[in-house]
Design a binder for this molecule. Structure first.
Ligand code: ADP
Ligand code: MG
Length: 446
């Protein structure tokens, strides 16, 4: 990107305080957005993608300042103030996070937001034309006839008709309401639209129509677009570049075609493999994303994805089958979290067999639940595992976790990965790409 960006987000953070007790003391924070950075060029569409709960909506509302960011900068060069340089104190005159009320009002004209649920974004008692025209009124257009003419024209441009002006929201389908939301977002001639899952609430058959409309309007109005979705196939339709978000952080960013053709972060790989392929001959094996996004209140150390990663790194002197390695880490973490229910496993055995739950049978069952082979290929780790399982059967899960932790640790949990550049504009943050690391075999490549 050689052009000046329209929007530069720098190390943006939004932490929600967690309060407890009578004094409402802050006892922690949900780090919903935890230091994200990206640029959007004029006329460009950047996708922001990730599972539910990873912080996409919080990023959106923090950028347009519907929420107050906890830290970082949002530099917006709209309104003819481009080329501005920093103030003597290092702050930026175009930093949205520092705008006063007057500047914020001007910014709200230039940057509009569209939400997922078109039904909740309209007042049921106001005609849709009135809802769109209200924007013009708020921003100083007093001529009622002029307002109406502009809105009628815009309704046509979003695929409705001028006669729809006097109708009420309940008379429209979800897709039509999203068209009206687009008209309302466009009426002040903004430079940026932040669209948070704008098609996720719509029928699949309608989604493509609305995506096409957004793409058309974007080029017609020369808009920059931050397009948020949890759905990689929607991102592919509409975005020039894509940023992949996991647990408050951006783990990969790059041109959409490059990220899809050659994903660099295992999380991106997993999201891509979840897209259904229309080609039945495709041999790409799905990478299962197990578990849910961990809580942002207490994110995993090091690389935040290490608790779910199918490529999680083994220590230099360990060389196990990758799925056994994943299983050992999962077992270690489950033991440490006290979430291996040995009694329940024993009980299941009692009812299922007449031989009863011998220690070996219970240990075998735990291995199966964690995808571990009957015998781990490393003698050293096999004997640690066996000792840990004995401790687990003796109800000392902490000791079992400690025993496994003697050898079952990963570099991924020890250090935060740095961003690595793969090709111009394509970066990811994964230890596999840091120098002198070779990739472990990908279970899906075999
Ligand atoms: P996404 O849009 O990607 O689904 P969100 O931005 O809605 O994710 O949420 C990110 C995280 O922040 C979630 O863990 C969510 O529970 C938390 N969160 C969102 N809003 C609040 C809030 N007002 N107070 C506390 N936590 C919140
Ligand atoms: Mg959301």
């Amino acid at each position: 990107m050689t052009e000046e960006p329209l929007l530069s987000v720098r190390d943006l953070k939004k932490h929600y305080p967690i309060r407890k007790g009578l004094l409402n003391r802050q006892v922690g924070a949900a780090r919903a957005v935890d230091g994200i950075s990206f640029d959007i060029a004029p006329g460009e569409t950047l996708g922001l993608v990730g599972e539910s709960g990873c912080g996409k909506s919080t990023a959106a509302t923090s950028i347009v300042r519907l929420e107050e960011p906890t830290g970082g900068e949002v530099i917006f060069n709209g309104g003819g103030r481009s080329g501005a340089t920093r103030n003597a104190d290092g702050t930026h005159p175009n930093d949205v996070t520092r705008f006063d009320d007057r500047e914020l009002k001007a910014f709200r004209r230039d940057a509009q937001m569209i939400f997922q649920d078109p039904s909740s974004s309209f007042d049921p008692r106001m005609s849709v034309g009135g809802a769109v025209a209200e924007m013009l009124q708020i921003h100083g257009m007093s001529d009622r006839h002029r307002r109406r003419a502009i809105v009628e024209d815009l309704l046509e441009r979003v695929g409705l008709s001028p006669e729809d002006y006097d109708r009420y929201p309940h008379e429209f389908s979800g897709g039509q309401k999203q068209r009206i939301a687009l008209a309302r977002a466009l009426v002040l001639n903004p430079e940026l639209i932040v669209a948070d899952e704008p098609v996720s609430a719509l029928d699949v058959s309608i989604q493509a129509e609305i995506l096409d409309l957004i793409a058309d309007l974007q080029s017609e109005f020369d808009l920059s677009l931050l397009f948020i979705s949890h759905d990689m196939s929607v991102i592919r339709e509409i975005c020039d570049r894509v940023a992949v978000m996991y647990l408050g952080e951006i783990v990969e960013i790059g041109p959409t075609d490059r990220v899809f053709a050659d994903p660099q972060h295992p999380y991106t790989e997993a999201l891509l493999s979840a897209i259904p392929t229309p080609d039945p001959r495709s041999t790409a094996e799905g990478i299962e994303l197990t578990g849910t996004v961990p809580s942002p209140t207490n994110p995993p150390s090091g690389c935040r994805f290490h608790t779910r990663c199918h490529r999680v790194i083994q220590p230099d002197d360990v060389d196990l089958d990758q799925s056994s390695w994943r299983g050992l880490l999962n077992l270690r973490d489950a033991l440490a979290a006290d979430s291996v229910d040995v009694d329940q496993i024993r009980e299941n055995f009692r009812t299922g067999t007449d031989t009863g739950a011998t220690p070996d049978a219970v240990k075998g069952q735990i291995r199966r639940e964690f995808d571990l082979e009957e015998t781990i290929s490393s003698d050293e780790i096999e004997s640690l595992l066996d000792a840990a399982l004995d401790e687990a059967l003796g109800d000392d899960l902490d000791a079992a976790a400690a025993t496994l932790s003697e050898r079952v640790t990963t570099p991924c949990e020890e250090r935060v990965p740095q961003r690595t550049s793969h090709e111009p504009g394509h970066e990811s943050a994964c230890h596999l790409h840091e120098r002198d690391r070779s990739a472990p075999p990908n279970p899906a490549d075999d």
